[in-house]
Design a protein around this ligand. Structure first.
Ligand code: PRP
Ligand code: URA
Length: 209
C-alpha cells in the first residue's frame, strides 16, 4: 500500500501477539508497548539526515555523525498514544512533545477534541504522531489537521495496529503523511473496533474497563 510501511520484525510480531491476548496483564501490556515503540522508533527514524560535528575522543580529534536539524517532535494522541510516547522518548530523550487530547464518541465514532499543547514552532520540524490504534482514522485525521493548522509540514504517523478502512481514509485525507504500523488487521466491526485487534488500547493500558 502506497505510503504505508508495515514494520514486521519478528520481535515486534511476537510481542504484539502477547499484547493481543486478552489474558495479558496491564503491566505486561504497558511494558510490551514500550518495547515495541523502541523497535518501531528505530524504523521510523531510519532516514534521518546526519551532519558531521567536531568532537575530541580521548585519542583524537574527529568529525563524527550526529542528527541534523531541529529537535524532533513526538505528538501523542491521548490517552493510549502515551504508551508509545514513553518508548520513543527512551530512544530520543531530547525530542519535544505535543499532547493532543482526542477521544472518539462511542455512538458516532466522531472525534471529540479536548486538549492541545504543542511546541510553538512546528514548521520544518519532523513530527511523529503516535497512537497505537488506527481504526476509523477519525482521531488520527483530526490530530494531523490540528498540527497542520499550526504550521506542521513534515509529519509521520506511527501506530501498532491499523484497519484497512482506516488506512484508506487516512491516506486519502493526508497523502503527504507516511504511515508506519506493526500490522494491518482484517476489518472494523460494527462498533468501530479493529478485528481481531487487541480491544480498547487505553483501557488495557490503564485498567479502566
Ligand atoms: C482509541 C485509540 C485512538 C482511537 C482510534 O482512543 O487510542 O485514539 O481510539 O480510533 P479511530 O481511528 O476510530 O478514531 P479512544 O477514543 O478510545 O480514547 P482514549 O485513548 O482516551 O480511551
Ligand atoms: N480504539 C481502540 O482502542 N481499539 C480499537 O479496536 C479501535 C479503536
Amino acid at each position: 500500500m502506497r505510503g504505508v510501511t508495515v514494520v514486521d520484525h519478528p520481535l515486534i510480531q511476537h510481542k504484539l501477539t502477547i499484547m493481543r491476548d486478552k489474558d495479558t496483564s496491564i503491566a505486561s501490556f504497558r511494558r510490551l508497548l514500550r518495547e515495541i515503540a523502541h523497535l518501531m522508533c528505530y524504523e521510523v527514524t531510519r532516514d534521518l539526515e546526519l551532519e558531521l560535528i567536531p568532537i575530541d575522543t580521548p585519542m583524537a580529534h574527529i568529525e563524527a555523525p550526529a542528527i541534523k536539524g531541529k529537535k524532533l517532535v513526538f505528538a501523542s494522541i491521548l490517552r493510549a498514544g502515551n504508551g508509545l510516547l514513553d518508548g520513543m522518548l527512551d530512544l530520543v530523550p531530547a525530542a519535544r512533545v505535543a499532547h493532543i487530547g482526542i477521544y472518539r464518541d462511542h455512538e458516532t465514532l466522531e472525534p471529540v477534541e479536548y486538549y492541545f499543547k504543542a511546541p510553538s514552532e512546528l514548521e520544518n520540524r519532523l513530527i511523529i504522531v503516535v497512537d497505537p490504534m488506527l481504526a476509523t482514522a477519525n482521531s488520527s485525521i483530526a490530530a494531523v489537521d490540528q498540527l497542520k493548522k499550526r504550521g506542521a509540514n513534515n509529519l509521520r504517523f506511527l501506530c501498532l495496529l491499523a484497519a484497512p478502512e482506516g488506512i484508506e481514509k487516512f491516506t486519502k485525507a493526508h497523502p503527504d503523511v507516511p504511515v508506519f504500523t506493526a500490522a494491518i488487521d482484517s476489518h472494523l466491526n460494527e462498533k468501530g473496533y479493529i478485528i481481531p485487534g487487541l480491544g480498547d488500547a487505553g483501557d488495557r493500558m490503564y485498567g479502566t474497563k
